[in-house]
Design a protein around this ligand. Structure first.
Ligand code: GDP
Length: 199
């Protein structure tokens, strides 16, 4: 069982060659800019300022790496798909993400965040396919659920589950809110399984 409270910031990598040596276990967090990944990292680790929360979408271009334990890391990839991120940058992101998925031996699973109010964008679907094509497990979190009514949460969960289950019957989709700590247990449990795999 990993203790996420002792997670520390390791480094910000401008590109894949700056990543730590490919040993141990890693999980990757991906999603559109501003989807709430940094907030999720802070809630998961019970630390207010571990990951930088941004009000301006699309400004992080670095891969932020957090050390959970000696050989366990969490990689926070730059947000993709925001309208203000230009096409060239989107392509760079996608190419880098694809290369990482293809080559990274220590990657154990991917957490894909989608804003509950704007799910199933083209890049979400595309990146989901990339992850499952590499036979990696994926957890999909519908973030900022506290901004929506229970009815909308239930309805969206149903639609999103139905969509992804047609491609992969082991995909997990959950409601998530850092603000209300909804879905944190599920996230922790999943990371425990993925990161504990080779320990
Ligand atoms: P990132 O770009 O994906 O890392 O997103 P951030 O974690 O920086 O969050 C972007 C914005 O959404 C910030 O203003 C956060 O305060 C807000 N936010 C993040 N998570 C939640 C949540 O669970 N509920 C609400 N209401 N706002 C959130």
């Amino acid at each position: 069982m990993n203790n996420y409270k002792t997670t520390t910031f390791l480094l910000s990598a401008p590109d894949l060659e700056y990543l730590p040596t490919d040993i141990g276990n890693e999980v990757a967090f991906i999603g559109s800019s501003n989807v709430g990944k940094s907030s999720a990292i802070n809630t998961l680790t019970n630390q207010k300022f571990l990951a930088k929360i941004s009000k301006t979408p699309g400004c992080t271009k670095l891969i932020n790496i957090f050390k959970i334990s000696l050989q366990c890391r969490l990689l926070d990839f730059p947000g993709y798909g925001y309208a203000q991120v230009n096409k060239k940058l989107k392509n760079i992101f996608q190419h880098r993400w694809n290369t990482y998925l293809q080559n990274r031996q220590c990657l154990q699973g991917v957490v894909l965040f989608m804003d509950l109010r704007h799910p199933l964008r083209e890049l979400d679907k595309h990146n989901f396919r990339l992850v499952t094509d590499h036979n990696l497990p994926i957890l999909i979190l519908l973030s900022k659920s506290d901004k929506c009514s229970r009815e909308l949460q239930k309805k969206t969960l149903h639609i999103v589950r139905k969509y992804f289950l047609q491609f992969n019957n082991s995909v997990q989709v959950e409601i998530f809110s850092s603000r209300k700590r909804v879905g944190i247990d599920k996230l922790q449990l999943t990371l425990n399984i993925w990161l504990g795999r080779k320990e």
